[in-house]
Design a protein around this ligand. Structure first.
Ligand SMILES: [Zn+2]
Length: 152
């Protein structure tokens, strides 16, 4: 089997992490992102498609968020923020909302996280660093204020 035989191959887009038939991806470009596609054996393309799906599994995202929450609330830090801000909500709701802020900061780069390569007993190997402290304070206060306004 050659990788150029259109009957036995799919066309794989590395950017979208999915495969297309030769009819779907004419002119050798991806119908979704217009990037280059490359021929790949059908089984290989199907396996890669399965792996790509697994990578975005909801369960992993939830666990990832839990890990972030456990790191930023460590050593009573969550309760300390809660006592200072005195938000008109339960602690667990506050913790959830601040975790969302931390995840947003991580995505946008004004918060960073470092994790050990393998699970470690050394808790200090798990670190969240607030790069832009003003932004973090502003975002937390905004959550508290928005909640107060909602309650009137
Ligand atoms: Zn694509």
């Amino acid at each position: 089997m050659t990788t150029s035989d259109p009957v036995k191959t799919y066309l794989w887009c590395d950017a979208c992490r999915r495969s297309f038939t030769h009819d779907d991806a004419r002119d050798g470009v991806c119908p979704l992102c217009a990037g280059p596609v490359r021929p790949m054996g059908k089984m290989s393309a199907l396996l890669r498609g399965l792996m790509a799906t697994e990578m975005v599994a909801t369960d992993l995202r939830t666990k990832h968020r839990q890990l972030i929450r456990m790191i930023w609330t460590r050593n009573g830090r969550g309760e300390q923020y809660f006592r200072v801000l005195e938000p008109d909500m339960t602690y667990s709701k506050f913790e959830k909302q601040v975790t969302e802020i931390v995840c947003q900061g991580l995505e946008e780069g004004w918060i960073t996280v470092s994790l050990p390569v393998a699970p470690s007993i050394d808790e200090s190997a798990y670190q969240i660093t607030i790069v832009d402290e003003n932004r973090f304070v502003d975002e937390m206060q905004a959550v508290v204020e928005a909640n107060r306004r909602k309650k009137g």
